[in-house]
Design a protein. Structure first.
Length: 323
């Protein structure tokens, strides 16, 4: 059986799709699973066990200049790659017009079907065209964790039962960090400013960790996060280091070499969860039920307007002991 997963973005959403892939692998032992994803996330999907072919697209870029010669050429090339395989099932796990477009151009085998969400779930975006394109639209309980939504949709589409703990199947190259002590990564950056944690809190937390003989790693994405990382590193001194700019694959490998991660609600924090690292995820809004880590070596901490340093520190002691 040949299956195409359509989950284009964003980083956290891509990570939350990985357990559904592992379910398919267990239920359909000889299935070929391909995945269409935005190019920037392709290095991560390439590390997801069971994905045979990663098909990068650049819809975010193409829609900025839809009629340019370059866009038309790249779109034709993308269509040709998608058409190389005839699929028995095309599953749109995004639920947006752009993912419906990709599902629509995918080539079906004889008797093949397109599947999609029939309804919006709480806290998630949803656009009706995804339902129009599908041969079968599947209804999902609206109050559901993002991981469970994808697992359930795939299970209903392909005729098996999704059971057991979340297994992401994310395999990083766990190399050695160039650090004098065990490293804890601070995922301080996120796409929304109101999800950030105060810099003074990061500095206080870093001082406590340094006193316990940890060093601090500071990843970043973009100029704003780089400036923040540098300010935190300057305040903490030499046991803290700003990481270089890395693609998502190399960044995942570097994160995997850490002894733990403390981060805000962001895609990179969800990568830490998928890597099964001791991890504390900081929430300023009560949305951990939908995207947060579930048990094991991870905890979420929620408070408005922000959790205190003491609350995050207490959670860290818990996951460190459990790890």
């Amino acid at each position: 059986m040949k299956i195409l997963i359509v989950k284009l973005s964003s980083l956290g959403d891509v990570v939350h799709t990985m357990p559904a892939v592992q379910d398919i692998r267990r239920a359909l032992l000889h299935a070929q699973i391909d995945w269409v994803v935005e190019r920037g996330f392709a290095p991560l999907v390439q590390r997801c066990q069971g994905v045979e072919r990663v098909i990068p697209c650049e819809l975010r870029k193409w829609r900025k200049a839809p009629w340019s010669g370059r866009t038309r050429s790249e779109w034709r090339s993308f269509r040709e790659v998608v058409h190389e395989v005839a699929y028995d099932a095309v599953i749109d796990l995004q639920g947006l017009t752009k993912s419906a477009l990709v599902a629509r151009i995918a080539k079906l085998a004889a008797g093949g079907k397109r599947y999609a969400l029939a309804n919006r779930t709480e806290g998630s975006s949803y656009e009706v065209p995804t339902r129009w394109v599908a041969d079968q639209a599947i209804r999902i309980e609206p109050h559901v964790h993002a991981i469970a939504r994808s697992r359930e949709l795939c299970a209903k589409a392909l005729g098996y039962t999704a059971a057991g703990a979340d297994d992401f199947g994310l395999h990083a190259l766990r190399g050695e960090l160039d650090a004098p002590r065990p490293c804890v990564a601070f995922v301080h950056g996120t796409s929304r400013e109101d999800k950030c944690w105060p810099e003074a809190n990061w500095v206080e937390l870093g001082r406590r960790l340094i006193a316990q003989r940890f060093c601090i790693g500071l990843p970043h994405g973009g100029a704003v996060e780089l400036e923040r990382a540098q300010r935190i590193a300057d305040a903490l001194g030499s046991p803290a280091a700003v990481w270089p700019s890395l693609d998502l694959g190399a960044l995942t490998d570097k994160l995997a070499a850490c002894v733990g991660v403390i981060g805000v609600d962001s895609g990179l924090s969800h990568v830490a969860t998928a890597l099964d690292l001791p991890h504390v995820q900081i929430y300023n809004f009560d949305t951990a039920w939908r995207t947060g880590p579930v048990g094991g070596k991870q905890q979420s901490v929620f408070a408005q307007p922000t959790p205190t340093v003491d609350a995050v520190w207490h959670a860290w002691q818990g996951v460190k002991a459990g790890g």
